[in-house]
Structure formats: C-alpha cells, structure tokens
Design a protein around this ligand. Structure first.
Ligand SMILES: [Zn+2]
Length: 232
C-alpha cells in the first residue's frame, strides 16, 4: 500500500496520509474498510463527511462526541477538527482537491480539510487552522498538503482566477493557472504557521496517472482517500 504521508506528522504518533490509486476507488465507505483493516486501524472509529466545497468545519472535542457523530448519517462539511480524541480519526476524499492535514506537536489536536478551489476561496485553510487554535491547540502548528492538482494543470477561467490572491495566479499565453499550494500557504501563514512548518511536496494528481485519480484529467468519479487517526 502506497501512502503519501508527512514524517513530522507520523513522529507525533498520529497516523495518516493520502493513499495512492493502487488501493482502488475509495468513493464508497465500504471500499475503505479493508484498507483500514490492513493498516490495523478500526474502521468504525474513522469519521466521514458529505463534502460540499463549503467552509464548514466540524469540531469534535471528546471521544463521546465522536461516538455520537459516528452513529449519525454523514453531515455536510469539508473539514474536521479533532481535539483530545484518542482512538478516533477522520477521513476525506479527493481527486485534484487538496487534502490539508494540520496538527500540533502533541498530536492531541489535529485537523483534516478537503480544500477544493471553492473552499480555498472561502478561506477554508485559514478557518481550519484558526478553529484548531480555538479548540486549544498550542503552537507551533504544522501542515501537510497531500497530493493535489498543481499549477501545471490547474487552468481556470478569468472569473475564477480573479478570486485568488495575485501571487497564486500565473498567466501564460492569455491563460490563467491557479497555484492552490501558494494560496493555501498564504492562508496558513496568515493563521500564524511558519513557512518551514508547511510541507507541500509537488505531487500533481493530474500529471501522475500511475499514482493518482484526477477529475480534471479523467472526468470519472474516482477518489483518493486521506485519513488521520490518533491511536489509543
Ligand atoms: Zn500537473
């Protein structure tokens, strides 16, 4: 199993990352169960959301809150903040959007956000980092941007490009390309993260067909799984 993960995240004792496409389409929760079993992670302790490209964040502050939520149908939201929830984790799905992992040095506070361009324009990365701090995370915070569509492939129309910071838009031959990595970096730095604590390897889901699904490339509803989990 190939997992794109961040060494510093794993060093806190957290588990998590983004799976390559080799494990198959993770769009259905049932498809994810064998993956968690193979990783020796309890699948019923991983929370799911119904993603809508919003800026809505679900905060879970205790294992009992997590347990209550796990018994309900998935709510509409695009980010998780888990505070003091050992034995619990959360998942999101992507296919070009950015899986954004945030955590503190104790590993007791962590977040996972599904950041498509609409969520990024709605400041979801900034709001998720702020929510993590409000939940009690003490600095420094760290971030990992999992595999996502890079500026090489993310061409947009002018009316989309103009919604981003000028630093995050490249213009070539009258075409506009959005750099989601740069835009998310700017938002996280606004929330107080230092540049060196934001890790963003340049894996492009659209360029690398061997390893990733890509909506932009294939227009098929196939998703990569990202998860984060705090073992007991
Ligand atoms: Zn690319």
């Amino acid at each position: 199993m190939k997992i794109y993960a961040d060494d510093q995240l794993l060093a806190t004792g957290l588990r998590g990352g983004t799976l390559s496409r080799h494990t198959g389409n993770m769009r259905e929760t049932a498809a994810q169960t064998p993956v968690y079993q193979a990783l020796d992670i309890p699948a019923d302790k991983i929370l799911h959301i119904h993603q809508t490209h919003s800026d809505k964040i679900i905060l879970i502050s205790s294992p009992s809150e997590a347990q209550a939520l796990a018994q309900q149908p998935a709510q509409e939201a695009d980010a998780w903040v888990l505070a003091n929830c050992p034995g619990w984790g959360a998942a999101i799905l992507t296919a070009d959007c950015v899986p954004l992992f945030l955590w503190d040095t104790t590993g007791n506070f962590f977040a996972l956000a599904h950041c498509g361009w609409r969520g990024v324009v709605r400041q979801l990365p900034y709001k998720t980092a702020e929510a993590l701090k409000q939940a009690g995370a003490k600095g420094p915070l760290f971030a990992y941007l999992g595999p996502h569509i890079q500026k090489c492939c993310f061409e947009v129309q002018a009316d989309t490009a103009c919604q981003f910071s000028p630093q995050s838009v490249l213009t070539q031959n009258n075409k506009f390309f959005v750099d989601l990595t740069t835009e998310i970096r700017l938002q996280l730095e606004k929330a107080g993260l230092t540049a060196k604590n934001i890790h963003a390897p340049a894996y492009c889901t659209c360029c690398d067909k061997d390893n990733f699904f890509s909506w932009r490339r294939d227009h098929i509803r196939q998703n990569l799984l990202s998860f984060i989990y705090k073992p007991l």
